[in-house]
Design a binder for this molecule. Sequence first.
Ligand code: S3P
Length: 185
Amino acid sequence: MPQPLTLRPPRDRTVALVGLMGVGKSSIGKRLANALNLPFFDADAEIEAAAGRSIADIFAERGEAEFRDGERRVIARLLDQPPHVLATGGGAFMQEQTRTLILSRAVAVWLKADLEVLARRVSRKTTRPLLLGRDPLEVLKAQAEARYPHYAEAHITIDTGDAPHGAAVNSVLRALERRSREAPP
Ligand code: S3P
């Protein structure tokens, strides 16, 4: 059983969570922020607050390109903030400018899980515009093919399996601590 209390992961750099829809970036992010005693930001929630409408409405009314533009600006603004934990939307790390910014300003953590696990989780919600009227597993398979090569650029990869999010938090904490020992900033 991991013992987070004995860990001393660094708190001097933002930790940005990347990965496909449904992997738990937001819920793992909140718990991670709590464990690190850092603020938590959810890029999707910040985009919605900035636009005054839901992600689904932004996609429907303005299109994906405009959403991506807002996403890029919001993440750039957040990365200017003092260290925090940042959950990014699944497509954010695909944009070169955003990816470069995240990689230079934050420790990027790719949260990974089997596509079947993700498909099961995302099927419970109807808020994700990219899944509307589509088979989640097919969408996730196509995204995995396109996105995994980029997610693999993250500094840390954590395979979360189908375990409870608390276990993933401990894996991230251990990996952050290990990385700070092996690759000081
Ligand atoms: C998207 C993922 C969503 C949200 C938007 C697009 C994507 O965030 O940003 O619906 O392109 O994968 P989550 O990964 O938090 O679901």
